[in-house]
Design a protein around this ligand. Structure first.
Ligand SMILES: [Zn+2]
Ligand SMILES: [Zn+2]
Length: 392
């Protein structure tokens, strides 16, 4: 197979990638409100001659690029949403939408998606198969993937393989991380409400104190990972919110705990919830209170299938060099997990920090930024991987 030099093609798009990314960075939009972004995506892809569908899962865009001959359909996915964060950067392309910021790098993802569409329209006559470009809304915690799936994004045609990537600031520019099997965790949220019996702080014997019960529950839940989880599995249980009471001398009626569970497999997730419920209800009872729990599944684990992962790894080795490809897993979560439950595929991480502290802030930080040359690497690797399916 004599594939084009995608590193060189992506490099020639550098100015376009930067222009689009900075335009989006100036105009960030929250999940399910990406109307300007979606319009820009739709207009660009229509201009390139793709068959474009808008309003998929509210603000998502799907576009099909068909090759000259039949072959597999490949889904390439690029998320579009920004976050409710007030940007603290001082560069000349900071957010003009107060309190909203592209602090996860999705502005770069959209720019890369449009760059890939540009590259493949040049090679359409050599393509056997189709590329389905998916720009879903609301990746960051709002379930945009489920919305576009409900909107038919995975049907007619149904993709055979799905690829997605994330610019990743913990990884240096020029490196790429990919791993077969679980790459990111499933995530869910739980809320435990402990009902007690309020009263005067000076007469605790006449009350049932939900704060004391809740405090014991917080401590007990931390034993699930150390005592109930197989040490070979990775599981996280974190409480991030504890609310109760209004003043110093009143024992309140109730306390509320909110937290998150992360795991790579469904069985661990179920086990953790069984233990949380047992501990919360029994501990509350021991203190004369009552506990109830609600859970909401946020995303499924990102599970990379063997064959697409091997293709991405080979593509990345050709573009970036084998010495720059490292295996990597994280307990962070991604709604691409829902798509990968239906379509085999691969999700990988593109290094985007360069030693300059400005590029080393974590994702979701008000000063997050990345080395824009990372977009060239992401485009080149995904183009090379996609070409291995649809070009010959
Ligand atoms: Zn994010
Ligand atoms: Zn993200």
């Amino acid at each position: 197979m004599n594939l084009p030099d995608f590193k060189q093609e992506a490099t020639s798009l550098y100015d376009d990638l930067v222009r689009v990314r900075r335009d989006l960075h100036r105009h960030p939009e929250l999940g399910f409100q990406e109307t300007r972004t979606a319009a820009l995506v739709a207009e660009t892809l229509t201009g390139l001659g793709l068959e474009v569908q808008t309003g998929v899962g509210q603000t998502g865009v799907v576009a099909l690029l068909e090759g000259a001959r039949p072959g597999p359909t490949l889904l390439l996915r690029f998320d579009m949403d920004a976050l409710p964060i007030r940007e603290e950067n001082t560069h000349d392309y900071i957010s003009t939408n107060p309190g909203v910021m592209h602090a996860c790098g999705h502005d770069g993802h959209v720019a890369m998606g449009l760059g890939l569409a540009q590259i493949f329209t040049r090679h359409q006559d050599r393509m056997a198969g189709a590329l389905k470009f998916l720009f879903p809304p609301a990746e960051d915690g709002l379930g945009g993937a489920l919305a576009v799936m409900a909107g038919g994004a995975l049907e007619s045609p149904r993709p055979d393989v799905a690829l997605a990537m994330h610019l990743w600031s913990p990884v240096h520019l020029g490196q790429l991380r990919v791993v077969e099997g679980p790459a990111m965790a499933s995530s869910s949220v739980f809320t435990i409400t402990i009902e007690g019996h309020g009263g005067h702080g000076a007469a605790p014997h006449l009350a049932k104190d939900p704060i004391l019960a809740a405090a014991q529950i917080v401590v007990a839940l931390q034993s699930i990972v150390s005592r109930n989880t197989n040490p070979q599995d990775s599981v996280v249980v974190s409480i991030g919110e504890f609310s109760a009471g209004t003043t110093f001398n009143v024992i309140p009626e109730r306390a509320v705990l909110k937290g998150t569970v992360r795991s790579y497999d469904k069985a661990s997730h179920r086990m953790v919830y069984r233990r949380i419920l047992e501990m919360a209800t029994n501990m509350a009872t021991a203190f004369g209170c009552k506990a109830s729990m609600e859970t909401v599944a946020i995303v499924a684990a990102v599970n990379n299938a063997p064959e697409p992962t091997a293709v991405v790894r080979a593509a990345a080795e050709r573009v970036l060099g084998a010495e720059n490809i490292v295996e990597h897993r994280t307990m962070a979560a991604e709604d691409m997990g829902f798509i990968l439950e239906e379509i085999p595929g691969c999700y990988f991480f593109v290094g985007c920090s360069n030693g300059d502290p400005a590029t080393q802030y974590p994702h979701h930080h008000p000063r997050f930024d990345f080395d824009e040359r990372a977009m060239v690497n992401g485009v080149a690797v995904m183009a090379e991987a996609a070409a291995r399916y649809v070009m010959n």
